[in-house]
Design a protein around this ligand. Sequence first.
Ligand SMILES: *Cc1c(COP(=O)(O)O)cnc(C)c1O
Length: 387
Amino acid sequence: MIPYGRQSINDSDIEAVNDVLRSDFLTQGPVLPRFEGAVSTYCNSKYGIAVNSATSALHIACLAMGLGRGDYMWTSPNTFVATANCAIYCGAKVDFVDIDSRTYNICPHKLEQKLVEAEKNGNLPKVVIPVHFAGQSCDMVAINKLSKKYGFKIIEDASHAIGGSYNNQKIGSCAYSDITVFSFHPVKIITTGEGGMAVTNDTELARKMKSLRSHGVSNDQLFMNPRPKNEIWNYQQLELGYNYRMTDIQAALGLSQIERLDQFVTKRHLIAKQYDRDLASIPVTIPLQISKAFSSYHLYPILINEKLCGKSQKTIYNMMHQKGIAANLHYIPVHRHPYYEKLGFTVGSFPKAENFFREAISIPIFPKLESKRQSFVIDTLRAALQK
Ligand SMILES: *Cc1c(COP(=O)(O)O)cnc(C)c1O
C-alpha cells in the first residue's frame, strides 16, 4: 500500500537515538533542552516546551491560559478531535466556527459574526484555536485583530504546519498568537515517534506550561513555600500537573530530524507542484494556496464533486484502496462524532466543513514518495475520472 503520509528516518536519526540509549539520561536529560532550543530558534520564538504529544501541548496551553469550567473555547470543525478535546479536559465548553470553503481553514468573517452574537449573549470565548489545515496558515492577521477587540487568547494548532510560514514569518513565531503547538507524530512533517511542543514568547505562559508538564512540581527556591529548616524539601508540588514529559530518546530523534526540516518541506512542495500540474486536466479541485502563506504541505486534499466528476468521493476512495493507494480522509468534522453529538451538535451546524468532508480525499504526500509511485497515483485518478 502507498500510505498518505510516512516518516523519513535515516542513519543519523538512528545514531542520534542510539547515542542517548548509551548515555546516562533517557528522559528529560541534556538533549531535551537542545531540541526545544532548536525548534524555538527555527521558528523564532522565545520558549519551547516539549511534551509527549501535541494533544498534551494543547491541554497545558489551555490550562496555562486559565481555561476552565464555564469558559468557552472555539475552534474549526475541520480538525482532528484532539483540538477540541483539550478544552473539554479543562472542563470548558467547546464550540466551532465553520471553515472558508476555499482554504478549508477557519473563516474569519464567520468568526467575527459569531463573536458579535456571543458578545450580546455574554458568552465570548476565552480561547480560540485556529488550525493550520494541511500546513497552510489561517488568516492570522484577521484573527489577531478580533482577539484584541473581543479579548480572547489564541493557540495556533500548527500540528500540520512546522516548516511553513505566514507573512514571511515562520509558523511558531507567535507574531499573531500567544502559543503555537506542533505535533511530531510520524505522519507529520518531522517526528519524534510520539511528541509535541508548545512555543511562546510569553515568559509566564512558558513557566506555567513547564510546571504542568511535570506534575506541577518545582525545586526552584523562588517558588517553593517556606518549610521547617530541619526537613528535607528538595521539591514541592505547587499545583496539579501531569506527566507529559518527552524522553531524551524522542528529543534526540527530533533534534536530528529538524536538520532536514527544510529539505522535507521542499520535497513536499515538489510533490504538490507535480499534482497541481497533472491534476489540472482532471475534474477535481486542487488545494488553493494563498499568497501570504507558505504551506508545509502536510496534506494534499483533493475534492471529488460528484456533479462535476460523475463519480462519488466514496467510489474514488474505495477504488484507490483497491489499487493499493491508502488515500485518507481529513477530516470527519469534529461535531459529527458521536461524542460531540451527545453534547448537542447536529448535522447542518457547520455546512462548509460538512460539505468538505463529503468531497475531500487526502492523496499520498511525503518526502519519500518516489515519482514512479506518484505517477501511479495520478494515473489511477485519471483513469477513474476521465469521461
Ligand atoms: C495530529 C494532530 C493533533 C494531535 O497530535 P498528537 O501529537 O498525535 O497528539 C492535533 N491537532 C491536529 C490538527 C493534528 O493533525
